[in-house]
Structures are given as C-alpha cells and as structure tokens.
Design a protein around this ligand. Structure first.
Ligand code: HEM
Length: 147
C-alpha cells in the first residue's frame, strides 16, 4: 500500500512537471507572437493569421496546461501536507501571479485582434522576462524548500 502511494505521488509529480514545461513554453511563445503580430496592419490577412495562431496556442497548449498544472499541483500539496509549509505559501503566491500574467496575455491577444496596439515591441520583449524569473524562483522554492 505504502509503495503504491509512493508510486502515485511520483507519477503525479512527473505529470505536474511535464505540464509545467508545456505551460511555460506557451507563456514564452505568446508574447513573441505578439511582437510579430503588432507589425501586421489591423484588418490585413497577415493580422488574421496571427489572431488564429494565438488562439490555437491558447486553446491547445496554454489553457489545458494551466488546468492540469493546477490540478496536479493541488493534489500533490494535499498528499504531502504542503499547505502547512512556508515554501509552499511563497510558491503559491508566485504561481497565482503567474496565472494572472497568463490572464493578462489572453486579454492582450483580444486587444490585438480588435486592432489595438497598446504596448511597443520593446516593452513586450521586456515583459517576456517575467515568466523566466517567476519559473526560476518557483523551482528554487519547490526543490530547495528554503523555509
Ligand atoms: C499551479 C500551481 C502549482 C501548485 C499548486 C504546485 C504544487 C506543487 C507541489 C505540492 C509539489 C510537491 C513538492 C514536494 O516534493 O513536496 C510540486 C513540485 C514541483 N513543482 Fe509545482 N506547483 C504549481 C506550479 C508549478 C510551477 C508553475 C512550477 C515551475 C515553474 C512548478 C515546479 C515544480 C517542481 C520543479 C516540482 C518538483 C520539486 C521536487 O520534487 O524537488 N510548480 N509542486
């Protein structure tokens, strides 16, 4: 029984990490798409191609990964008692912020589809540092568990 629980935990953790990779890949790709999308004239055929690419990335990669990462992560937390540990509180805060960033990207994609171009390409490139920084901190918290 003990061994079965241990195996379930390891499979859950493997699934969690696999979908974290997919989610992060999507979070890195979408703002890169925006940089190129912004250069297309609103209403042009090229603009329509980017709108479709972004919608597919959101539908096929980003949204399913977000859901699976949260479900597996919360199940792991429940099974390990992480809800009572300091590192997990900090990780949860960062992951909530990262999920908010995901939501912001979706809203930005909708603005681009409407022909709005609120940010410059340079600002979008800078913003692309956000998921990398967040991922580094989250991994250190999850692996090192410094507190
Ligand atoms: C979405 C909400 C998330 C929740 C609720 C969550 C929760 C958890 C929990 C409870 C564990 C097990 C830790 C242990 O071994 O005791 C874990 C493992 C891990 N998580 Fe998450 N996680 C989430 C998102 C993420 C994200 C976004 C990343 C990376 C960017 C990440 C990276 C990892 C890594 C690398 C491990 C393996 C740690 C180890 O075994 O040494 N997690 N996660």
């Amino acid at each position: 029984m003990e061994q079965m629980l241990q195996m379930t935990y390891l499979w859950l953790k493997a699934g969690h990490i696999i979908f974290v990779i997919f989610w992060m890949a999507g979070l890195f790709m979408l703002p890169r798409f925006f940089v190129y999308h912004q250069e297309a004239t609103p209403g042009s055929p090229e603009n329509a191609v980017w709108v479709e690419r972004e919608a597919r990335l959101r539908r096929i990669i980003l949204m399913p990964s977000l859901i699976v990462v949260w479900i597996f992560g919360l199940t792991l937390a429940y099974s390990t008692g992480a809800f009572h540990q300091g590192w997990f509180h900090a990780k949860l805060l960062l992951v909530v912020l990262l999920s908010g960033y995901h939501g912001w990207l979706v809203a930005y994609a909708k603005k681009l589809a409407r022909g709005e171009r609120p940010f410059t390409g340079k600002r979008l490139r800078l913003l692309n540092e956000v998921p990398g920084l967040a991922a580094a901190l989250i991994v250190v918290l999850a692996v090192v568990k410094p507190f």
